[in-house]
Write a protein that binds this ligand. Structure first.
Ligand code: HCD
Length: 519
């Protein structure tokens, strides 16, 4: 009974509303994968010989027992390594069922290509159950993150014009650049205070504040002053709420949302409290920026930030603007800050590479006479460095899609509406796809090695990360300023591993030493 019910995405409080707002897909799509037999093929696959879906290797028959085992072996914090083990055990494709969560996992870039090339006009990824459950519970609208179908597409196209199109993204450069410069000033202050000519610290909190300050400047065109001495307690609480929200999502990943409120109630209550704060705090910003904009209607030539542009455009109802801006604000903190932490960690272990990057940046600065937009166009090694960080330390362990039609992966028929996940963490560390994967070598992205469906850290296609350009520019500008000013060092011999906390994060604090280059 439980297992049968488990196949369905369980009914929530108000399914009809949810259906239109959040998911237009077949609510039984998770179960479909299980029930469709592999013998009715679409015409494109007619006559092809491949093995049936039910012969896929993997543990997919005893789902609840699997979940129990997974939990006992602390699989939750270790999802990424369990995936690597599974690929070693079962080969490049396996099928798995953990409680309510049924998937096919792949690792080969060729298979990723097959999956993404058939993703269609309305690509769908796995929807995090507790995120939808919260919005349903509080009657909040979804943004592009959780929407599907035509409603997703409409929002997404509008958002693309404001956040991804090269016609607007150059506006982000001065906004992000000033935050990068302020971070450097803050570091100098700390160095002075310490009176040792350097600063050694776990920079997690500083990076969180830097990331929030950055994303807010781009979204609202407002500075919060989070790199100053006095830190607004509300902003700090917002940062903590995001961490709590991610942290409490993990344990509820494989449990049906309907059960969440009853089972594991502490996790659910903490989750709701965290989202409540995130929404309330974002709302304050949106309201304030909305009021300010109405006061400053005259100065329209000036770039007013993503929110301001969305309001000016008048293409999206206020409620949807709020939902989307809140998602971008919350999605822009832990993601870029952790990636920057990993980048500095890797660079601290590669002093020669640091020197190479400094030389590239210096030459670019000289040629561009300080125009940052031009500088950003001539730092290929720096851009490759961020890509390389994301290969070894991706933020998201997988990228997933529901198949839109029957496809063949590794010579198995995969029915339509199957959830397929590309294990990008595992792919990034596999010698079949990256030569000497253990080495941090940004040049691999610039030389003749194949890049075919290997750089998937922001996802792919029309459903890829909406904050991608903000994140990339923010990280590039940050690294430019840091490398121009400081030598980045770390204690030798301290190897930092990875934990899954919905996002992949360092498993222990990373201590970095920053030393002025020109004392
Ligand atoms: C988490 O098995 C692990 O940009 C799951 C599969 C999965 C699905 C969607 C991914 C999620 C993972 C990690 C966090 C991601 C999310 C999609 C968007 C989200 C990658 C890999 C993120 C961090 C934006 C979050 C925005 C939110 C805070 C409003």
């Amino acid at each position: 009974m439980l297992a049968r019910n488990g196949l369905r995405i369980p009914a929530l409080g108000n399914p009809s509303r949810l259906q239109t707002l959040c998911r237009v897909e077949d609510p039984q799509s998770l179960g479909r994968a299980h029930t469709i037999s592999g013998d009715v093929y679409p015409s494109s696959l007619q006559g092809k010989v491949a093995r049936p879906f039910n012969e896929l290797p993997g543990n997919w028959r005893a789902s609840w027992l699997n979940l129990y085992r997974f939990w006992k072996e602390d699989g939750f914090g270790n999802v990424h390594n369990v995936q690597i083990q599974n690929f070693q055990k079962f080969g490049p494709i396996y099928r798995e069922k953990l409680g309510n969560f049924e998937t096919v996992s792949i690792i080969d870039p060729e298979d990723a290509a097959t999956l993404f090339k058939t993703e269609g006009k309305y690509p769908e990824r796995f929807t995090i159950p507790s995120w939808v459950a919260y919005r349903d519970f509080r009657n909040k609208p979804c943004g592009v993150l959780l929407k599907n179908g035509e409603s997703w597409r409409h929002d997404r196209l509008t958002l693309n014009k404001e956040a991804l199109s090269p016609k607007v993204t150059h506006n982000f450069v001065p906004l992000l650049n000033e935050v990068g410069e302020d971070f450097v000033k803050m570091v100098y202050k700390q160095i002075e205070r310490g009176q040792q000519g350097r600063w050694t610290a776990d920079l997690t909190n500083e990076l969180f504040r830097f990331a929030l300050e950055s994303v807010c400047n781009v979204l609202y065109g407002t500075r919060l002053g989070l790199l100053q001495d006095f830190i607004d307690p509300d902003a700090q609480e917002f940062i903590d709420a995001i961490t709590t929200m991610f942290h409490t999502t993990g344990p509820m990943l494989y449990i049906p949302p309907g059960l969440l409120r009853r089972v594991n109630s502490k996790t659910w209550l903490d989750h709701v409290k965290a989202w409540d704060f995130i929404f309330a705090h974002a709302d304050k910003f949106i309201q304030k920026a909305y009021r300010d904009r109405r006061l400053n209607q005259k100065s329209t030539e000036e770039y007013v930030g993503i929110l301001g542009s969305l309001l000016l455009q008048d293409k999206m109802p206020m409620e949807d603007i709020k939902a989307n801006v809140t998602e971008m604000m919350a999605g822009g903190v832990d993601t870029t800050s952790m990636t920057l932490m990993w980048t500095m960690y890797e660079l601290a272990r590669a002093p020669a590479l640091q020197e190479q990057l400094r030389a590239e940046i210096l030459a670019a600065q000289a040629a561009a006479k300080g125009d940052m937009e031009t500088v950003l166009k001539s730092v290929p090694l720096l851009k490759a460095t961020i890509k390389e960080t994301l290969r070894l330390h991706p933020v998201a362990v997988t990228v997933q899609r529901y198949t839109t039609e029957e496809i063949i992966l590794q010579n198995y028929f995969i029915p339509a509406k199957t959830l397929v996940q590309v294990g990008i963490y595992a792919m990034g560390r596999d010698p079949r796809f990256f030569t000497k994967p253990e080495q941090f070598n940004p040049e691999r992205w610039l030389d003749t090695d194949s890049k075919y469906f290997r750089g998937l850290s922001f996802g792919f296609g029309p459903r890829q990360c909406a904050g991608r350009r903000i994140a990339e520019m923010e990280m590039h500008l940050f690294m430019i300023h840091m490398l121009e000013n400081f030598k980045i060092e770390t204690k030798r011999g301290v190897d930092v591993g990875t934990t899954f906390d919905l996002l992949l994060v360092p498993d222990k604090p990373i201590y970095l030493t920053l030393r002025p280059l020109h004392p």
